[in-house]
Design a protein around this ligand. Structure first.
Ligand code: AMP
Ligand code: MG
Length: 648
């Protein structure tokens, strides 16, 4: 998956401005394909690769506006072809690069932008284009924004043919033979129908060694395999991968590589966006502050009027307050009384604070030593018109709400919340409110999960308790996969229990069972079922919370579209007690961080640390994180802690 820095540089342009002639004059992007519109497939594949999306369409704008992104028509001609679309997109795009893809290419490669950009950046070319064999795919291209002028000129001169335009540019071709069929676009009704039926193969595991027809290979490549690559592929790239003793960091790495963030946006009133993730960059439409203004109560003057040495006497010409400006014209040797926030009177450049001047009637004596420009806030100092204020992927907190409001916006575009379905498994589980029978325990994990998921801002689907039987589990997993972006289960992944679940998950998706080198939380399953990310957490209540906070939390934040650092900070403090530990696994002890009599912070482990003792989580206010290689801790040794406070 492309990293946040790469992706922020590129705007994606979906070209949906054609007439669909070979399909009988329909709007191709809106044609149904596998239960959704063609453009939905393209959007979903492109969005995680770029910082923002623009759609070029020449009809049915409302239908394309469902993504909440900008939709633009060609500025020239009538249906003048892809170059006109590229021109329209480039004219309004603000990122340094723009990548175009057609709306009828539902299999476009998930590493398209990353690879085009890497090659373009290392060359002097202005345009990178995908190629398979000898065949370039001109509408799958990445251009530098600076090419707009050249393109405008070309179009003004009557040029319309994309090949001719390419011929006049420095172009670099990027080989995608490993995705040979991913560039197939769908031009006719027949092609649409063919791809539709072939897609029935989705989800059917393909045994290794079975020859695959080229078209089917494209399907497997681009649909069955999630954008980050298949789980098997990801795993094969990781050094010392051992599912029976997997290090915590490796597990995080695998999870991260397989995540496909939610890409759809919705528009909300500003206050309702609190806690949500920005769906697009916010560009300032105005200068904040709008005018140069005074930062202090005092006197605004022209610095050039001050003597170079000694005191200067100025004449008071009037006054200005916040919201009421000075209307007169300032003559040489005059000053204006100003209050904080008042617009700087025309011609003045400096404010002298009232405390240091001597005022007698309208004679104002200014002491020596004033610096030009002091105590003046410049227009646009906080936010400058046309400049990005906040990037897509940012969490909207109180400061962001204020910033958005300071631009005068009443609404803001945010990502849809990730939908998370969860259920507990186990024949021994009783629901709260019922009387416990022998051998039963109350299902507490679903409540812990409810709490953690709600705090994280997910849309939650609580599916209750599912019995340990294959048919019920299959039904529940299928229903969850249809509806949710992520599925979380607790229980049933330990060695004794896992066999039939393993078989079932293998049938429904691509899932691995891990024994993670950690305590608590050793057994865990992870993978994908259909389009949903699957986390099979252990059953023990503490292990549920530890695995959630160590793996699922970051994953769901990434899924929600957040960019930047997502993992919890680690702080180092002395530990008041000794802790026995052998090297070879990461331990997450529950600790209480407190200040001692001298005011120094230190941490003490809570009492019982058993993975069933949920009380330890309630008593604790932090995890004590003991790294993989570490041995026993002596009292006074420094350890790392992760605070629960602020943990969403
Ligand atoms: P399992 O991973 O299914 O073998 O469960 C491990 C332990 O956690 C067993 O003692 C279970 O009874 C307990 N457990 C499993 N699920 C839950 C739950 N939802 N609530 C409370 N305890 C559970
Ligand atoms: Mg169980």
């Amino acid at each position: 998956m492309s990293d946040a820095r790469t992706h922020d540089k590129v705007t994606g342009l979906i070209l949906a401005g054609g007439q669909g002639r070979r399909m009988g004059g329909v709007d191709k992007g809106l044609q149904d394909f596998r239960g959704r519109r063609l453009v939905d497939h393209v959007y979903e594949r492109l969005a995680p690769q770029v910082g923002g999306i623009i759609i070029n369409a020449n009809q049915n704008h409302d239908a394309y506006k469902t993504f909440g992104v900008r939709v633009v028509s060609d500025a020239i001609g009538n249906f003048a072809g892809p170059l006109a679309g590229l021109h329209a997109g480039l004219s309004i795009s603000r990122r340094p690069y723009l990548a175009s893809v057609p709306c009828d290419s539902p299999f476009l490669p998930s590493d398209l932008i990353e690879r085009l950009l890497a090659r373009l950046m290392e060359s002097k070319a202005v345009l990178a284009v995908a190629k398979t064999g000898d065949q370039p795919h001109p509408v799958f291209c990445l251009v530098r924004r600076s090419v707009l002028e050249h393109l405008t000129h070309f179009l003004k001169g009557g040029g319309r043919k994309i090949d001719a335009w390419y011929g006049s540019l420095e172009v670099v071709e990027v080989n995608f033979d490993d995705h040979a069929e991913a560039f197939s676009n769908i031009n006719t009704r027949e092609e649409l129908a063919n791809f539709e039926t072939e897609s029935a193969q989705e989800g059917t595991p393909v045994e290794s060694g079975t020859p695959i027809a080229p078209a089917a290979a494209a399907m497997i490549d681009s649909i069955v395999r999630p954008p980050g690559g298949s789980l098997a592929q990801v795993i094969s790239c990781i050094d010392d991968y051992d599912p029976n003793a997997l290090k915590v960091d490796k597990a995080r790495e695998v999870i991260r590589s397989l995540l496909v963030p939610v890409a759809t946006n919705e528009k909300l009133a500003v206050r309702a966006a609190l806690g949500r993730v920005l769906g697009e960059d916010i560009i300032s439409t105005l200068d904040v502050p709008a005018h140069d203004n005074s930062a202090m109560d005092g006197y605004a003057l022209r610095h050039a009027d001050l003597k170079s040495a000694g005191e200067t006497e100025l004449h008071l010409a009037g006054s200005a307050f916040a919201g009421r400006k000075f209307d007169g014209k300032l003559k040489k040797g005059e000053c204006v009384r100003v209050m904080t926030g008042a617009v700087m009177p025309p011609g003045t450049d400096t404010v002298v604070i009232q405390e240091i001047v001597q005022a007698e009637g309208d004679k104002i004596r200014i002491p020596a030593g004033q610096k030009q420009g002091q105590n003046r806030r410049l227009a646009g100092e906080d936010l400058a018109a046309g400049k990005p204020v906040l990037q897509a992927g940012r969490l909207v907190g109180p400061a962001e709400l204020g910033l958005i409001a300071s631009l005068g916006s009443a609404e803001v575009m945010v990502r849809r919340r990730p939908r998370v379905a969860f259920f507990s498994t186990g024949d021994e589980l009783a629901s709260v409110g019922s009387v416990l029978k022998e051998g039963e325990v109350y299902d507490s994990n679903r409540y812990t999960l409810y709490g953690m998921l709600s705090r994280l801002g997910c849309d939650i689907i609580d599916m209750g308790v599912v019995r340990d039987d294959p048919a019920s589990l299959e039904r529940a997993l299928k229903a969850a996969a249809d509806d949710a972006d992520a599925i979380i289960t607790s229980g049933g992944v330990s060695v004794g229990e896992a066999d039939f679940i393993r078989e079932l998950l293998g049938k429904l998706g691509e899932v691995v069972f891990w024994k993670i080198a950690m305590k608590p939380g050793r057994p865990m399953a992870f993978g994908k079922i259909g389009r949903a990310h699957f986390f099979g957490l252990p059953g023990n209540p503490v292990a549920v919370m530890v695995t959630f906070y160590q793996f699922v939390r970051d994953a769901l934040l990434a899924l929600s579209g957040r960019t930047g650092e997502l993992s919890l900070p680690l702080l180092e403090v002395p530990c008041t007690a000794g802790i026995k530990k052998s090297p070879g696994r990461t331990e997450f002890q529950r600790g209480i961080l407190a200040r001692d009599d001298q005011g120094e912070w230190s941490v003490a482990p809570t009492g019982a640390q058993g993975s069933g003792v949920l009380r330890s989580m309630a008593e604790a206010n932090c995890f004590i994180v003991l790294a993989h290689e570490r041995g026993s801790i002596r009292p006074g040794d420094r350890v790392q802690v992760q605070l629960f406070d602020g943990l969403v």
